[in-house]
Design a binder for this molecule. Structure first.
Ligand code: FEO
Ligand code: CA
Ligand code: CA
Length: 631
């Protein structure tokens, strides 16, 4: 076990240390290729020779004063320990980590930060993706509880780590998904305690495994020899929602919870591709639950890394792991109903040099019909981006990969995608579909290994195409248009909507694209979502040092982009050391709910309670003071 769990590092930094890519395979070729292209910049940095394939909107310098298409006054960056919104807007906390869901719940204790029992009856930690469902007049806020910061959760322990069995029970209960009914009393949104819909899904809740991998040998364990029923979901990052009223929770860094009691245990290459190792990331779950001990249950990690479908209208329903959508470090799942009725799901795999995927359902969506298992049967694809701005979806099947079955293709989707030559991307985070046309956007958050190191499967990461900057510390947003506006077509064209950067520090590609200036600069786009008007809301999970390469960017934030003009303006700034992630609207569109995750992840925040309180992840509601619609 790792003794020092590096609690001063961010989650991404920790991930990189504990799970670095292999550093030799193809390294020389990559560097050579990159250096031969550096004439673009005239030296120093490696940049793709074909220049950047930026959309026309991103190429035109934007004059905000002359033609803003937004009706709010953009706000400056800041490093305050609070939420900042534009003049004429207000925010309020709706739910917080540890808030009570039932009368029997135990109030949050800022000193101990809860127990196993209190956490099981309360809102989970580190809210991420979310959706608001309105069912029979009840507003159900469903959100992922991605992970926990051990130094915050176990602040009562000297080690700042779980030390007792109950500490581990608390940690497992803080993960998963929270369903909570909320109600607006006057202007304030409040939790409805004891609502029949309130529900906690945790790392111990029963799940059904469905789709092509159901019952496969790779999913069988001593506790479940059938390979059809697993326990729990954890590290749910972004989300999705279906037109048939269900919620999709996407399992991301599931690997960090597994460890081996036998230090000489040698994890398989397949486990290594997914970052599963003999040490966990400090959660210590294997100490109390053998499922997480890979030397005893080597197949258990194969039962995580999926999209989990949950019916929020039925608190007794069993969540289903939809294996047809592939197993990887899922960010979110953007569901589109194609014009012919096929359901198309776009998904990113958030790791340096991993891929973007598409699922096309076999069946068709039937309005008001039975769509229950549409996500169980269909075809999985992976994206290839060509330098000439064309792209194609490559089928992932036994025929194209040489793998034995579709079950194996889905379980080892990363390996399948490597076999067909998919394009290694700069950490694909959320995917968002334009509500008014066939155009899909994906946030590529950053990738310091671009042009330097292959991915964990040994695939090269050349500096080219939609990943045009070596050691990419700022990120970009790529978009593509399916041929004939048909989401089932295997052909598409692409460009970049924005390259983030810092024009006050750099005068090369690291200054960002032309629609970035000193007033709207940011780094590491992550959560993205369209409002009903087709404006793109962009949330960041980046560096908040406000120094050097990041000078002038302040805390993590949320911006809004006009994808027609390229204009991007800052709408919200989060508190210290937070990430802004997760967004959904009320049914009347007069409230936008925004997630503030892990304020004070390095110890410098008391948001939202102030002096003497624990920093807590929260969901805030933002409203317009004049009571009109937002977005
Ligand atoms: Fe959980 Fe990729 O962010
Ligand atoms: Ca994210
Ligand atoms: Ca991120």
């Amino acid at each position: 076990m790792i003794e020092n769990k590096n609690e001063d590092l961010s989650f991404d930094e920790f991930d990189e240390i504990t799970n670095p890519g292999p550093d030799v395979t193809g390294f020389e070729q990559v560097v050579e290729k990159a250096m031969s292209r550096r004439n673009f910049l005239g030296g120093g940095l490696a940049i793709g020779a074909s220049a950047f394939v930026l959309g026309s909107t991103a190429l035109t310098p934007f004059n905000a004063k002359a033609a803003s298409s937004f009706d709010f006054e953009p706000i400056p960056a800041n490093s305050l320990d609070t939420v900042t919104v534009p003049k004429g807007y207000s925010w309020q906390v709706v739910t917080q980590w540890g808030d009570e869901l039932w009368s029997k719940s135990i109030p949050f204790d800022h000193k101990t930060r809860g127990t196993g029992e209190s956490q099981e009856l309360a809102i989970g930690d580190n809210n991420d993706g979310m959706s608001l469902f309105t069912i029979d007049g009840h507003h159900l806020l469903v959100s992922n509880n991605e992970y926990t910061n051990r130094s915050i959760m176990y602040d009562n322990r000297e080690s700042k780590l779980p030390e007792t069995a109950d500490d581990i029970r608390k940690g497992k209960a803080a993960h998963g998904v929270t369903v909570v009914e909320i109600k607006q009393d006057g202007k304030k949104w409040n939790i409805v305690k004891d609502s029949k819909y309130n529900r906690r899904i945790t790392a111990d809740s029963p799940m059904e495994i469905s789709g092509p991998a159901r019952g496969h040998d790779l999913l069988k364990t001593s506790a479940d020899p059938s390979g059809t029923q697993s326990l729990g979901t954890w590290n749910n990052c972004g989300n999705g929602r279906t037109p048939w009223g269900t919620y999709l929770a996407c399992e991301e860094n599931f690997n960090g919870y597994f460890s081996s009691s036998d230090e000489n245990y040698a994890p398989s290459d397949e486990l290594k591709r997914y970052g599963v190792k003999n040490e966990d990331w400090g959660y210590a779950w294997a100490k109390e639950d053998e499922r997480f001990d890979i030397s005893k249950n080597p197949n258990e990690p194969n039962r995580a890394g999926y999209v989990v479908e949950i019916d929020p209208s039925d608190p007794t329903s069993t969540p289903k792991k939809r294996t047809a959508l592939g197993r990887f470090k899922h960010e979110n799942a953007e569901v589109v109903v194609n014009k012919d009725g096929h359901v198309v799901v776009y998904m990113g795999d958030d790791e340096r040099g991993e891929f973007i995927y598409r699922f096309v359902s076999k069946g068709k969506f039937a309005e008001g019909g039975d769509n229950t298992d549409l996500l169980d049967e269909g075809q999985l694809y992976v994206a290839k981006f060509n330098d000439d701005q064309s792209g194609e979806w490559l089928e992932l099947s036994p025929a194209t990969t040489g793998m034995k079955s579709q079950a194996e293709v889905c379980i080892h989707a990363r390996i399948a995608a490597s076999k067909v030559g998919a394009t290694t991307m700069d950490r694909p985070e959320w995917v968002a579909s334009h509500p008014k046309k066939a155009e899909i956007y994906c946030a590529l958050t950053n990738n310091k290994n671009r042009g330097k190191k292959p991915n964990a499967g040994g695939d090269e990461t050349p500096v080219t195409g939609p990943n045009p900057r070596a050691a990419n510390l700022y990120g970009q947003i790529v978009r593509w248009r399916p041929q004939d506006e048909n989401h089932t077509s295997n052909a598409f064209s692409w460009d970049l909507f924005v390259m983030a950067g810092n024009p006050t520090v750099h005068n090369d590609a690291y200054a960002g694209s032309k629609n970035i200036d000193a007033h709207n600069m940011f780094n590491s786009p992550d959560g993205i979502s369209f409002d009903n008007n087709g404006k793109l809301w962009i949330q960041t999970d980046g560096k908040y040092s406000n120094k050097d390469d990041f000078a002038g960017m302040g805390n993590n934030q949320m911006l809004i982009g006009d994808t027609e003009t390229g204009e991007i303006q800052r709408f919200l700034v989060g508190p210290k050391e937070c990430e802004v992630t997760g967004i959904t609207w009320s049914e009347d569109r007069k409230t936008v709910f925004v997630g503030i995750q892990h304020p004070g992840e390095k110890g410098d925040s008391t948001f939202p309670g102030g002096e003497g309180t624990a920093p807590r992840s929260v969901i805030v509601a933002v409203t317009k003071d004049d009571g009109t619609v937002i977005g």
